[in-house]
Design a protein around this ligand. Structure first.
Ligand code: ATP
Ligand code: MG
Length: 680
C-alpha cells in the first residue's frame, strides 16, 4: 500500500463494507446505533448510508441531514459523499454541525421567536465583554466561571428562572442573576450566543407544533457522527426532529467521549436505548486504521476505564512498527527531536510531510514545535488553534459585516464606529448611548433619530450621520453586488489599512493587514462557491472556520490539539507532552475525589483518541522538566504510558546521554538509509 494513500478512504462504495457495516447501512426501518471503537469505520458507515439512502432507498438529498462535530468534518463528509453519488443527486443534502443546523432553522423561523432573520451571532469574546459588564467585575476568573455556569445551564435546558430558583450557592445565585440580564441584553441586540443556536431551536420546536411538523416532514432521515459528544440540548433537538418515526442512524464510541467539560454527557448514549426500545444496535469490531501494536496499546490503555459497552477491536493489518516512547530533557529538546525524527523518517520511508501529525493536549504547546519545525525547514499547519476570527483585525471587519446585517447589534456598532475612529469621541458615544437607553432603542436606531440633534451639536452630529448613511448605502449594495469585491471596497472605504499602520509598527501592521486581505479573499471565494451575497455570507461567518477549507491541500506536517484531531487519521503520529500534569491535565485544587476520578477517565479517553489516530507508526514523548512561568519544573511520565502495556521502550537507552549527544545519536540512528515500506 502506498504511504501516501488518501486519508479517510475516499471513494468508498457499498462493496467496501464488512457484514456488520452493511447491516448498519441497510437498516432502514427504525433507529440504528453503531457503537464501536476507533477506526472501525463508523464514519464510513455514515457516508455509505447517505449514498445508499439517495441511490437506492428513494430518499432525495434534501430529505437527509448528517450532523458532524466540526465544520471540518462536515466539509470532509460532503466531499466523501460527492464521490459516491452524482453531484446533481447530492444537491440539497445537509451536512453540517449541530450549530449550523440550528442557525439554518432559526433564520428561517425567526419570526416565531421575535427575532429578525438577520439576527447576530455573538462570538465568545463579545459575550465575555457583556458578562463582564453584567457582573460589574474585573475579575476575569469570576466572569469566566459565571459564563461557564450559564453555558452549562443553557445546554441542560435550564432557563434563568429555574436557575434562580434552584441556585444552591452564592456563586450560582450570582450566575443566575447575571443569566437573566444577559438574556435580556442579547434579545435587545437581536443576538444569540453559541449555546442559543441549539437551545432556541429546541424551545421553538417545543412551543410550535406546526413548525416542528414542517421540519419533521422536510428532514426524513438524520445521521449523527460522534454521538457520544452530544449534550442534552443537542440530543433533545435530535429527538424532536426524528419524532415518532425515529428514522435515524447514530454512530459513536463511548471511549472517545471528550467533551464532558462542555456539558456533553454519556447519559445520552444510555438514554438512546431507553427512549428507543426498538433501537437496532450494531457493533463493529474490526479496526481498519492502525497496525496491530498500536491497536494493542490502545486497547490496553482504555481497558483501565470502566465500560459502558464491552468492545474489542482487532486489526488485520499485521503487527507493524513498535510504539516508541521517548523522554526528553525539556520541551525544546523534545520539539527538536521530533522535528529531526520527522525529517529522517520521511526520507527513509519516502513519505510526505502531510503523513505526519504532532498531537498535544493544549494549544500553548504548539509554539516550541513550530520553532523547531521552522528550524528544520519542515512545512507545517497548525489546526484547532486560536481561531482566526479571534484576531482583533478580523473582529473589526466582521463587526462591520454584522452591523450591515443587523443594525440592533450594539456591540458591533461600537466596534465598527471606533475601528477606525471616525472623528467620534467617547463623550459623543456616551451621549448617544444615554439617548438610546432613554428611548429604549438600539444605538443605530438612536443615531438615525432626528431628535438626537437636541443632544448633540452639529459638529458632533455630522460624523454620526455620515456613519449611518455609509452603513445604509452598503447594506443596499450588499444585496446587489458580489460579496468579495464589495467587502474589499468597504475595507478600503473605511481606510482600514492606514488605521492599522497608525496603530502599530510597520511589521505587525503589515502582518495584520495581510490577515485582512486573506480574510477578504476567503470570504469572496466562499461566497462565490456557496452563491451567497454579502449579507448571507456575513450571517454564517461566525460559525465557519476559514482554516477549514485550506488546510488539506498542502503537503505539511499537521499540528493539532487532541480535541481537534478527533475523527481524523494520520500515517505517523507523534503524541507529545505525555506527562503527569499535562496529560492527564492538572486537576483543579478543590476537586472532590469522585470528580477527580471521572476527570482522569476523560483524560484517558483523550489519550485513547490520540493513540488511535495513528495508522502505521506512533511515537509518544514526554519531558523530564518543563518551563512554568520562568522556572523549570520536574516532570513525571504520564501514568497512561505505563497503561499502554508495551513490551519494550525502544529509546530508553538514549536517556543516559547528554541532550547534545542524544540528538547526535538520534541523527545517526535515523540517518537516511532508504528501505522500502513493509506492506501494511
Ligand atoms: P473514529 O472513531 O476515529 O472516528 P471511525 O470508526 O469513524 O473512527 P473511519 O474513519 O470511518 O472510522 O474508518 C477508519 C479507516 O478505516 C478509514 O481509513 C476507512 O476508510 C477505513 N475503513 C473503514 N471500513 C473499511 C472497510 N470495510 N474496508 C476497508 N477500509 C475500511
Ligand atoms: Mg469517525
Amino acid at each position: 500500500m502506498l504511504e501516501s494513500r488518501l486519508p479517510l478512504g475516499l471513494g468508498v462504495s457499498l462493496e467496501d463494507l464488512n457484514p456488520a457495516q452493511r447491516d448498519a447501512v441497510f437498516s432502514l426501518d427504525g433507529p440504528c446505533l453503531v457503537l464501536a471503537g476507533a477506526g472501525s469505520g463508523k464514519t464510513r458507515v455514515i457516508t455509505a448510508k447517505i449514498a445508499h439512502l439517495i441511490g437506492n432507498a428513494g430518499y432525495s438529498a434534501g430529505q437527509i441531514a448528517a450532523l458532524t462535530f466540526t465544520n471540518k468534518a462536515a466539509r470532509e463528509m460532503s466531499e466523501r459523499v460527492s464521490l459516491l453519488i452524482d453531484k446533481s443527486q447530492a444537491r440539497g443534502l445537509i451536512v453540517s454541525t449541530f450549530h449550523s443546523l440550528g442557525v439554518r432553522i432559526l433564520r428561517e423561523e425567526a419570526k416565531h421567536l421575535g427575532l429578525k432573520p438577520r439576527f447576530s451571532i455573538l462570538d465568545a469574546s463579545d459575550s465575555f465583554t457583556l458578562l463582564q459588564e453584567l457582573c460589574a467585575s474585573s475579575n476575569k476568573k469570576l466572569v469566566r466561571k459565571v459564563g461557564a455556569q450559564i453555558s452549562l445551564w443553557k445546554n441542560a435546558m435550564v432557563d434563568a428562572d429555574a436557575a434562580n430558583r434552584d441556585a444552591a450557592s452564592e456563586d450560582e445565585l450570582l450566575a443566575a442573576r447575571v443569566f437573566r440580564n444577559y438574556q435580556a441584553t442579547l434579545s435587545a441586540y437581536q443576538a444569540l450566543d453559541f449555546d442559543d443556536l441549539i437551545g432556541r431551536a429546541v424551545t421553538l420546536f417545543a412551543e410550535h407544533d406546526e413548525v416542528l411538523f414542517r421540519w419533521q416532514s422536510r428532514l426524513r432521515y438524520i445521521l449523527i457522527d460522534e454521538v457520544q459528544d452530544t449534550n442534552a440540548c443537542q440530543y433533545q433537538l435530535l429527538r424532536q426532529l426524528v419524532g415518532s418515526r425515529a428514522q435515524f442512524t447514530a454512530v459513536g464510541d463511548d471511549d472517545q467521549a471528550i467533551y464532558a467539560w462542555r456539558g456533553a454527557t454519556l447519559d445520552n448514549l444510555r438514554q438512546l436505548t431507553l427512549d428507543y426500545p426498538n433501537l437496532h444496535v450494531v457493533k463493529l469490531e474490526q479496526n481498519y486504521r492502525s497496525s496491530g501494536r498500536i491497536l494493542a496499546a490502545a486497547n490496553a490503555l482504555i481497558a483501565n476505564n470502566p465500560k459502558l459497552y464491552e468492545k474489542k477491536l482487532w486489526s488485520a493489518l499485521g503487527p507493524g512498527d513498535a510504539v516508541a516512547i521517548q523522554s526528553s530533557d525539556d520541551e525544546e529538546d523534545e520539539a527538536l527531536s521530533v522535528a529531526i525524527r520527522i525529517s529522517a523518517h520521511r526520507f527513509e520511508r519516502r513519505a510526505k510531510f502531510a503523513d505526519y501529525a504532532i498531537l498535544y493536549r493544549g494549544n500553548h504547546q504548539a509554539r516550541v514545535f513550530e520553532e523547531a519545525l521552522r528550524r528544520e525547514k519542515i512545512p507545517y499547519i497548525v489546526s484547532g488553534g486560536q481561531s482566526f476570527f479571534e484576531r482583533a483585525e478580523i473582529r473589526d471587519v466582521t463587526a462591520w459585516l454584522r452591523l450591515l446585517c443587523n443594525s440592533d447589534d450594539d456591540p458591533a456598532f461600537i466596534r465598527a464606529i471606533t475601528a477606525p475612529r471616525r472623528g467620534i469621541g467617547n463623550a459623543t458615544l456616551e451621549t448617544l448611548g444615554q439617548y438610546a437607553n432613554d428611548r429604549g432603542v438600539s444605538l443605530f436606531a438612536a443615531a438615525c433619530e432626528s431628535a438626537l440633534a437636541t443632544k448633540l451639536d452639529a459638529r458632533r452630529l455630522e460624523p454620526i450621520n455620515q456613519f449611518t448613511a455609509f452603513i445604509n448605502r452598503y447594506e443596499w449594495r450588499a444585496a446587489r453586488e458580489p460579496a468579495g469585491a464589495l467587502l474589499a471596497d468597504l475595507v478600503k472605504a473605511i481606510g482600514y489599512e492606514a488605521f492599522l499602520f497608525d496603530q502599530d509598527d510597520a511589521r505587525s501592521a503589515q502582518a495584520r493587514w495581510q490577515n485582512v486581505l486573506d480574510f477578504c479573499e476567503w470570504f469572496g471565494k466562499r461566497a462565490e462557491e456557496d452563491q451567497k451575497n454579502l449579507l448571507e455570507m456575513a450571517q454564517s461567518v461566525a460559525i465557519l472556520n476559514m482554516l477549514d477549507g485550506r488546510e488539506d491541500s498542502s503537503d505539511a506536517v499537521r499540528l493539532s490539539t487532541l480535541h481537534a484531531a478527533k475523527g481524523l487519521e494520520f500515517p505517523h503520529v507523534f503524541l507529545v507532552g505525555c506527562e503527569e500534569g499535562l496529560l492527564p491535565h492538572r486537576p483543579g485544587e478543590s476537586e472532590a475525589e469522585d470528580v477527580l476520578e471521572s476527570r482522569i477517565e476523560e483524560e484517558r479517553r483523550l489519550m485513547y483518541v490520540g493513540v488511535t489516530r495513528a495508522q502505521r507508526s506512533l511515537s509518544i514523548s514526554w519531558c523530564k522538566k518543563r518551563k512554568r512561568a520562568r522556572a523549570y519544573e520536574e516532570r513525571l511520565a504520564s501514568r497512561f504510558i505505563a497503561e499502554l502495556a508495551l513490551e519494550v521502550a525502544p529509546f530508553a537507552a538514549a536517556q543516559t546521554l547528554s541532550p547534545g549527544e542524544r540528538l547526535k545519536g538520534l541523527r545517526e540512528l535515523l540517518a537516511p538509509k532508504p528501505k522500502p515500506e513493509a506492506p501494511g
